[in-house]
Design a binder for this molecule. Structure first.
Ligand code: F0G
Length: 455
């Protein structure tokens, strides 16, 4: 494993509770990992969202925060940084990624619309469905085979996309196409530049707007550099400029590749679209030069966006994910390969083959790895997929995964070795593990608050 390109200046202690206490704590939450307090978790891999460490430069930039209601200097520094890294001239700040989705979708999506894309993230899909519109998943089939080593499993199937556009564009039902990079729901898998160009060509042909969900765009660009012919000698920053040149705009959860703890934005090329979005931005988020963010947070974002696309940082970041993947391979733990950017996705159907899908194998695995090693992951399976909005039946996605995220600049190789050992131990007792059934669930976004009992 290559050494971290940083050294530790401040430490945050973490503790491992005794096993019997962990058993009791998780049972008290109704076997929902979101219900645990962070002090009850030893290694928290629930999310890479807003959970990373800021740099000395970011902490010092924080002191420069201009908290003016209108025209904050911090907003203009953030806007410049975004224009520099992504090439978009118009920027609307929002408090996080889903708020950017809320604003953009309010401006563009109407009832019965469809939004084609590659495995839309759950908040994105929920925002689409909340408006009685539909997300059409055009992800390539390779993405659904955890052992397929195709290097760009986040790609869109261009024939599926063409079919969707051919059917719905004449009915004026496609407000935009959305490319999510990296594709979180497919395992943090990247989209190739070639594929992005193909999507752009189709959008041009059908005169449809093309948006990027850019939460993990920097990791995606590093993968392009590492895996796509013709990009090895280009910096990730140069690759990012080309990637975004094919898009009309992006929504961003800055809590990922902009290396901050909170924040988001919509960036775009078109002034008229900016005006339309501004109306909803002001309504939901705040005036156009702060939109749910404090001046100091905009300062740290301006710096973090540049640090997040730095090649030295990215090289270590992706090496860390691969290191955990290699440890799991050695321990015989089935997971999605090749390793994605921000997380490892353990294949719960293979780890717990005796548990039927209606007893939620990935949720069960999440509970067991917490009990085993104090590690918190998150289910990416049938609980997250929720019910069909029309039939109210459970939706069973093709994969049933436990995601273990790597917060940025946070854990060391020793932490990852502990995680791999814990999973190995769970696998060894897998035939004794019982599944879960639901005792309570909310009508929407059930992932966060559903309660279970052991079957
Ligand atoms: N898009 C993608 C691809 C995401 O992964 C997320 C969040 C969002 C949009 C929404 O952004 O959280 O800032 O509102 N993903 C987090 C995760 C929650 O754990 O993967 P947000």
């Amino acid at each position: 494993m290559i050494p971290e390109p940083y050294r530790i200046k401040m430490v945050e202690p973490i503790h491992l509770l005794p096993r019997n206490v962990r058993e009791e704590k998780i049972e008290n939450t109704g076997f929902n990992l979101f219900g645990l307090r962070s002090e009850e978790v030893f290694i928290d891999m629930l999310s890479d969202s807003g959970t990373g460490a800021m740099s000395t430069q970011q902490w010092s930039a924080l002191m420069m925060g201009d908290e003016s209601y209108a025209g904050s200097a911090s907003f203009y520094r953030m806007k410049e940084s975004i224009a520099d890294v992504m090439g978009f001239p118009y920027v609307l700040p929002t408090h996080q990624g889903r708020a950017a989705e809320n604003v953009l979708h309010s401006a563009l999506i109407k009832e019965h619309d469809v939004v084609p894309g590659n495995s839309h993230f759950d908040t994105t899909k929920a925002h689409i469905e909340f408006r009685k519109a539909h997300a059409i998943d055009c992800t390539i089939d390779e993405a659904f085979d955890p052992d397929n080593l195709f290097p760009f499993k986040g790609n869109l199937n261009l024939e599926k996309l063409r079919a969707a556009l051919t059917e719905y564009v004449p009915q004026k039902r496609v407000p935009f196409v959305l490319v999510t990079v990296t594709c979180n729901s497919a395992g943090g898998q990247p989209v190739s530049m070639e594929n992005m160009r193909g999507v752009k060509q189709l959008c041009d042909e059908f005169k449809v707007t093309l948006f990027v969900d850019a939460a993990r765009y920097a990791e995606n660009c590093k993968f392009i550099q590492m895996r796509e012919t013709g990009y090895a000698s280009k910096s990730s920053a140069t690759i990012a400029r080309e990637f975004f040149s094919y898009a009309d705009g992006c929504t961003m959860s800055s809590k990922k590749d902009a290396l901050v703890n909170i924040g988001g934005f919509i960036a775009m090329r078109d002034e008229e679209l900016y005006r339309q979005c501004s109306i909803y931005g002001i309504l939901f988020e705040g005036f156009v030069t702060y939109g749910g963010m404090s001046g100091r947070d905009m300062e740290t974002l301006a710096v973090g966006l540049k640090e997040g696309i730095d090649d030295e940082y990215l090289e270590h970041r992706l090496a860390q994910t691969k290191y955990l993947s290699d440890l799991l391979t050695e321990a015989g733990v089935p997971h999605v390969k090749p390793a994605g950017g921000h997380a490892i996705y353990v294949d719960a159907l293979k780890v717990l083959p005796n548990i039927p899908r209606e007893h939620f194998p990935a949720q069960t695995l999440g509970v067991e790895i917490y009990i085993e090693a104090g590690v918190r992951g998150v289910e990416i399976g049938a609980v997250l997929a929720d019910r069909d909005p029309v039939t109210r039946e459970n939706r069973y996605p093709r994969l049933e995964l436990l995601r273990l995220c790597l917060p940025r600049r946070t854990f060391t190789s020793n932490h990852l070795e502990w995680v791999a050992e814990g999973l190995h131990n769970v696998m060894r007792r897998s035939s004794f593990i019982r599944g879960l059934q639901i005792t309570y669930e909310p009508p929407i976004l059930r992932h966060f608050t559903t309660k279970f009992v052991r079957v």
